[in-house]
Write a protein that binds this ligand. Structure first.
Ligand code: SF4
Length: 369
């Protein structure tokens, strides 16, 4: 079996940000230690049952760093030590820059972690505060420095677009921070007001940038990052050459991965599975629920069109044995005239302008397949 990606969800955070709907909560040391043990046991079970090995690993959440260096070390050692001789080319851990234990990054480095992802969101403290983020921009600088000093130089920073009070000028400051800090990768996501979050409850009072302002922020972020050597390889992701996230590319290329932990999803042997959003259930041995078959052409196309490379004819033929369907090509030709899609001999890809309307452009392309 080919190596697959491994995602481990850490359902812990220091506090809950009011816009976030990821599955996470505060927890004591005992729960975190029990969680590490449950993850290690689950991981051993998956390997035994399926005989998989991993070539990319991503510890996300929640906030993995909140689980503490010792728990991360236990899990990371299990990941790397029983991997059937397979090298892990990319091992990412998401960290909260405001709560880093002394020596934390050194422990990660010694476990084989070679990439850190941190939530900057904004380099303007008042914007971070508007998002309910704890800590300051100075904490992010310190954490980046500490990670690099420990030997982990591949750093990804998250930016948020559409923050209450954000302007083009303040965005420029945030992008400049990413450049100055030597980040090799930047993710820039538009703030989405998710139902069930405190932001959703008070959405009328938030003074959010309107749709037009958000479009301007997005296009400006793309322009600034592209102008500084970051190529946009996905709707919201930018990387210096060779620093695209190998793990996340597996999702967008519809390749297989195993996910462990409450709310984590898997795609293995053509089937999709997910764990319920329930930490106690996971600690008590909850098994992943089946979620149907994965990887058909429609799903593949939907994911691939998020990438700047788009849907590549040659790769479609290789994977499915047939070319991009004619109806889709007809739709692409119509959309070319609106400047949201490029259709040529290579295949179909969405332009930056089209990325702003990605949901409707992708639906239009997939309609009547
Ligand atoms: S730190 Fe991240 S995962 Fe945790 S609540 Fe905030 S946004 Fe959500």
């Amino acid at each position: 079996m080919n190596p697959v990606g491994l995602y481990i969800h850490f359902p812990f955070c220091v506090s809950k940000c009011p816009y976030c709907d990821f599955y996470s909560q505060t927890a004591g040391d005992g729960v975190k230690a029990a969680y590490a043990e449950a993850v290690v046991n689950t991981l051993r079970g998956i390997r035994k049952e399926r005989g998989v090995s991993f070539d990319t690993v991503y510890f996300g959440g929640g906030t993995p760093s909140v689980a503490g260096a010792e728990n991360i070390r236990k899990i990371a050692e299990c990941v790397t030590s029983e991997n059937g001789g397979q090298t892990i080319s990319e091992f990412t851990v998401e960290c909260n820059p405001s709560f880093i234990e002394d020596g934390f990054f050194r422990v990660l480095y010694d476990c084989g972690v070679n990439r850190i992802s941190m939530g900057l969101q904004s380099a303007v403290d008042s914007e971070r505060a508007a998002l309910g983020r704890r800590g300051t921009v100075a904490d992010v600088s310190k954490a980046v420095f500490a990670a690099k000093t420990a030997g982990i130089t591949n750093i990804s920073l998250d930016l948020m677009l559409g923050i209450p009070g954000q302007t083009l000028k303040s965005l420029e400051k945030s992008v400049a921070f990413c450049l100055d800090s030597g980040a090799s990768h930047v993710s820039a996501y538009l703030l989405k007001i998710e139902e069930g979050t405190p932001f959703y409850e008070r959405r009328e009072k938030l003074r959010l940038p309107d749709e037009e302002e958000c479009s301007e922020l997005y296009l400006r972020a793309c322009e600034l990052l592209s102008g500084c050597g970051f190529s946009q390889y996905e709707i919201s992701n930018f990387a210096k050459p060779g620093f695209e996230s190998r793990h996340n590319l597996k999702y967008w290329k519809c390749q297989e991965y195993a996910g462990i932990g409450p709310s984590a999803h898997s795609f293995l042997s053509g089937k999709r599975f997910y764990y319920r959003r329930d930490l106690n259930a996971f600690l008590n041995g909850d098994l992943p629920k089946p979620d149907g078959n994965g990887g058909d052409f429609e799903e593949y196309a939907m994911l691939r069109l998020r990438l700047s490379d788009g849907l590549v004819e040659k790769e479609v033929i290789k994977r499915f044995g047939f070319p991009i369907p004619e109806k889709m090509k007809e739709a692409a030709k119509r959309l070319c005239g609106m400047g949201v899609v490029i259709y040529d001999l290579k295949g179909i890809r969405i332009t930056r302008k089209g990325f702003l309307l990605s949901n409707s452009v992708i639906s239009e392309l997939l309609m009547n397949l």
